[in-house]
Design a protein around this ligand. Structure first.
Ligand code: FEO
Ligand code: CA
Ligand code: CA
Ligand code: CA
Length: 567
């Protein structure tokens, strides 16, 4: 794909740093461009309140569950910096704690008691961390009233069409968010955290559960991913066979809104955005001030969605309504000729009316509804981002099982992934779009090609058209996972893209999470699951010692002498 979908041309931001050479992008510690420097911030186990000790990776201990509830969690993924009064040196960093395997968090393959389960749960969820920059760098403001942990046990509310329906009943006492992968943020200052592989936290402790068709489509299984939460002796929420909690599975798989400035308010699950394995949510203001949310469902052969609010977001908010509660959910179909259609998931569609009883069911089982409408099965949609000219980009990280190509997913198999691009008709609110493929990762793998990358995942295009690509998977040429920068205004397709490597992580990690201060001179990214939790692979942020448990960390990136990050 060499055609530029967008017609608008905006000022191209310069990209002229010295890239990290392939030869320096491996090993147990990160590498960064010689024009840049980095600082480690909030590794797993950083206290948010005084009176508890940091967990520093001692292999013989772990935090208590009670302490973990007052510490930074594990599995750093999507995040957003909410500045105080537009400031560049103080604000709230909202950060997802996607997952931590038992072997990493507990130091054993399965929980042995309820305390182990509570520790595992407390390490998951979201953190709101008040941070401030001083001469010594960025630090947590310990005991700030804004510091907050949200876990699978935090009370939550539901909103939108599925609220108050039998699918979620009873809603009083509903708790928690889990597998919070990527994220988004709204123009009204809230954080959006996306529940991805929620199915894996459920299991069947009694051998008494038979899956429904919908549960099978969402991947629930008797053993889950091995977290063992279903074995808790008194809390049966994650036990699929439990008659006491028949709808617990329906309570996960949503986009969840959190107000960082209102630490006493419960998170709200916005059911109008549909239930699937939410990767991230890119919000843009569309025609007539409507809110548009682009979203991926990260599974092999799953779909790309968009939500469009019913009306102008400011008007809705002035009336006390959430723009994320009323609107239309669509799923994408990519046609052979470079056009595409947004298929509306509505109970008024005869095909969906024949299968479902209500709009609440359509949204709760959005995957099933999208199957019925003939959406295009994609190669694992991860992050979406909207460029300043209105083009939308989405990473398709890989699909080792693809045998049948389709126009938008041409590789069989697709080992290393690609990035697709589209432009919506009607300022993001239309039913049609045009699309092309922006970059195919394997095009960068030739011998001597320093641009090599695989498995694109995190993605952002800044106001200067700089695209930041973060990777999660087996990189070619012995590289660790990485963050690269190119310009969306370059022509000529992926063979000609000038891609520069800004940062490489550590053995076994993935690079994810991306946010900046308002001036874009400070960027925050994450190394997630460094060493895959194995101290023989990495001890990050500790120097290599073969013993210290590696800890997921935020990496603060600045240009030496100042400058917009990516320049
Ligand atoms: Fe949690 Fe699809 O990445
Ligand atoms: Ca991840
Ligand atoms: Ca991801
Ligand atoms: Ca991924």
């Amino acid at each position: 794909g060499s055609r530029n979908v967008g017609e608008t041309r905006l000022r191209k931001g310069r990209i002229n740093f010295s890239p990290v050479p392939v030869s320096e992008g491996s090993g147990p510690m990160p590498s960064i461009s010689s024009d840049y420097e980095y600082q480690v911030l909030i590794p797993w186990g950083t206290p948010l309140q005084s009176g508890i000790a940091e967990y520093t990776g001692d292999p013989n201990t772990r935090p208590s569950a009670a302490d973990q509830e007052r510490m930074v969690g594990v599995g750093h993924d999507g995040m957003h910096f909410f500045p105080f009064d537009g400031k560049n040196k103080e604000g709230i960093l909202a950060i997802n704690h996607e997952f931590g395997r038992n072997s990493h968090v507990l130091g054993k393959s399965a929980p042995e008691d309820d305390e182990d389960i509570r520790l595992s749960q407390a390490a998951h969820g979201v953190a709101m961390v008040h941070i401030r920059r001083s001469m010594q760098g960025w630090k947590v403001v310990v005991d700030s009233p804004y510091n907050r942990r949200i876990t699978p046990n935090t009370p939550v509310l539901f909103s939108g069409p599925a609220r108050g329906t039998p699918l979620l009943a009873p809603e009083s006492g509903a708790k928690g968010t889990v597998n919070n992968c990527s994220s988004g943020f709204t123009p009204w200052g809230t954080y959006l955290t996306c529940e991805e592989n929620f199915n894996g936290y459920f299991g069947d402790s009694q051998g008494s559960w038979t899956p429904t068709e919908e549960q099978e489509r969402y991947g629930f299984s008797p053993e889950g991913f091995g977290y063992g939460w279903e074995t808790h002796t008194t809390d049966r929420r994650f036990d699929l066979g439990s008659a006491e909690h028949p709808n617990e599975d329906n309570r996960f798989g949503w986009v969840v809104e959190i107000d960082p400035m209102a630490p006493d308010q419960p998170p709200v699950k916005r059911t109008a955005l549909g239930r699937f394995k939410h990767e991230g949510v890119a919000i843009v203001e569309g025609k007539d001030g409507r809110i548009v949310a682009y979203m991926g469902d990260d599974q092999r052969f799953d779909y790309i969605y968009k939500f469009v609010s019913a009306r102008n977001w400011q008007e809705m908010r002035a009336e006390g309504l959430s723009p994320l509660d009323q609107g239309r959910l669509y799923v994408a179909r990519f046609n052979e000729d470079g056009t595409g259609e947004w298929l509306w998931l509505t109970i008024n569609d005869p095909v969906l009316a024949a299968r479902f009883n209500s709009q609440a069911e359509v949204l709760t089982y959005a995957r099933v509804a999208a199957d019925l409408l003939g959406a295009t099965p994609m190669d694992r949609p991860e992050w979406t981002t909207v460029a300043p000219n209105g083009d939308v980009y989405c990473t398709l990280t890989n699909n080792s099982r693809r045998e049948e190509p389709n126009p938008a997913n041409p590789l069989t198999p697709n080992e290393d992934g690609h990035i697709i691009r589209w432009r919506d008709k009607g300022q993001h609110v239309g039913k049609r779009f045009t699309w092309d493929i922006f970059s195919i990762a394997q095009d960068t793998h030739a011998e001597g090609d320093e641009r090599t990358f695989s498995d694109p995942d995190g993605l952002w295009v800044d106001p200067g058209g700089r695209m930041f690509i973060q990777t999660d998977g087996g990189q070619m040429k012995g590289l660790n996972n990485q963050m690269l920068v190119c310009s969306v205004y370059d022509e000529g397709g992926s063979q000609n893209l000038d891609i520069k490597r800004l940062f490489t992580g550590v053995t076994g990690d993935e690079i994810t999470g991306l946010t900046t201060t308002p001036d874009r001179r400070t960027m925050f990214i994450n190394t997630q699951h460094p060493g895959n939790g194995d101290p023989l692979a990495s001890n990050f942020p500790a120097e290599p010692d073969g013993v210290t448990i590696p800890r997921d960390s935020t990496i603060v990136i600045t240009r030496k002498g100042g400058g917009v990050v990516g320049s």
